[in-house]
Design a protein around this ligand. Structure first.
Ligand code: NAG
Length: 413
């Protein structure tokens, strides 16, 4: 029961985010609602579960139909936020656990950051810079390695599967977008924390304590790898329906054990700073509005330039990490007004506020990277003088001329 529920949730949220894979360009309004789409059905057999020979390998991952989303817990030296595991990769194992690597050296792309930027996947890139980080700081080389070693082995990411005229490297952009979105559905740190397991130097864990905790949260059993007795990697296993571009990833129990011992496992703290929020990104919210239409009621979340979401707007229009206000939106995406329980919302002198004394101004919304972003005067840039925490509320200003800049995502409620 638990397994099937978790399975459904991940499938639903990924199906949702996959639909909204960004292919947008801020300078090309016609492209604003275009998204990467494989055109593949997601109702057929899952990879490794076909009973007859599948012929369209653009829509059926084969032979690498056993997918592993691997995550690092690097403490020596510490890598990435102290309250999150980081991305290692997404690997296509064969159904029997063997695997291929380096499948097409002609597609060993360089400048992954440039590819993502040119494709408009800047939010993915920003997220990778925080959560897909190399232990020696060589992020670009690490991304190139993960693409060339593993990414080139996906049948559903063959260039011949792409729409005619796709720019070179489009399938790698799809790969990175998918890995980031899949990782965002797998908050290992938070799941362990929810079950009372947090990094510590004062005790050790048994393997079943770790796997039971994650099974309770996710519904499935992952694999843990250790360096000696210190856990440093987890693998989450999937079969895939459809294409890596926009298919449904079905979580499954790990078919094998990792390298950790059965007891005495160390899960030491990282020395870095925590990330501002959990890794669960708004794009995986089942209530976001991927079709770009304007919801009548919404909360408004702040996505910082790092790609992380930190709180959002309270009823006075201030930025906070407290419980967010529900806004009422009237009009269309091109032109609407907003009210909160405090009153009308408007921008005056570059300052955003809502209240009985505020005169209403008109806003618009821009669909970007699967999110609907609030815009004032056509600009989606907002900022504050500091990042709020606890009870603190920060005034929200329009434009990017403030210490901390962010976009405001309209999340249907
Ligand atoms: C599933 O499809 C793949 C790809 O065509 C094929 O290699 C494999 O043998 C099929 N499995 C079964 C049980 O038919």
């Amino acid at each position: 029961m638990v397994a099937s529920l978790a399975h459904l949730l991940v499938a639903a949220s990924l199906a949702n985010v996959a639909l909204s894979t960004p292919f947008t360009s801020p300078v090309d309004p016609i492209n604003l609602f275009r998204r990467a789409s494989s055109g593949c059905s997601t109702t057929g057999a899952a990879s490794c579960h076909n009973t007859t020979r599948e012929t369209d390998l653009c829509c059926f991952e084969s032979p690498g139909g056993l997918l592993l989303q691997t995550q690092f817990w690097d403490t020596d030296p510490s890598t990435g936020p102290s309250n999150s595991w980081t991305i290692h990769g997404l690997w296509p194992d064969n159904c029997d656990g063997t695997f291929s690597e380096n499948c097409d050296p002609s597609r060993d792309y360089t400048d992954i950051a440039g590819l993502l930027t040119d494709a408009g996947s800047t939010e993915t890139l920003a997220f990778m810079q925080e959560f897909w980080v190399d232990i020696n700081g060589e992020n670009e080389q690490f991304w190139e390695h993960e693409w060339s070693t593993h990414g080139t082995c996906y049948s559903t990411l063959e260039p011949s599967c792409l729409p005619a005229g796709s720019p070179k490297g489009t399938e790698a952009v799809d790969f990175f977008n998918t890995v980031v979105k899949l990782f965002q559905t797998l908050p290992t740190f938070t799941w362990l924390e929810n079950q009372g397991i947090t990094p510590t130097t004062s005790k050790t864990f048994t393997l079943s304590e770790l796997t039971d905790a994650l099974q309770a949260e996710s519904g499935v059993i992952p694999t843990f790898d250790c360096d000696g007795s210190t856990v440093d990697q987890i693998s989450w296993y999937f079969n895939l329906k459809g294409s890596v571009v926009d298919g449904v990833f079905e979580m499954i129990d790990a078919p094998e054990k990792g390298s950790c011992p059965s007891s005495g496992i160390k899960y030491p703290p990282k020395s870095g700073r925590p990330t501002a929020t959990s890794v669960t990104a708004p794009t995986s919210s089942p209530t976001s509005s991927p079709d770009g239409s304007l919801p009548a009621k919404a909360t408004i979340e702040a996505m910082r330039s790092t790609g992380t979401v930190t709180g959002g707007l309270l009823s006075a229009g201030t930025w906070s990490t407290q419980t967010l206000a529900t806004y009422t939106l009237s009009g269309s995406v091109d032109s609407f007004t907003m009210t909160s329980s405090k009153g009308a919302c408007g921008v005056s002198g570059g300052e955003f506020a809502c209240g009985s004394g505020v005169s209403s101004t008109t806003f618009s919304a821009v669909s970007s990277g699967g999110n609907l972003l609030l815009a004032s005067g056509g600009s989606t840039s907002f900022g504050s003088n500091a990042v709020p925490s606890g009870e603190v509320q920060e005034t929200v200003f329009t434009g990017s001329g403030h210490a901390d800049s962010f976009t405001l995502m309209i999340i249907a409620s």
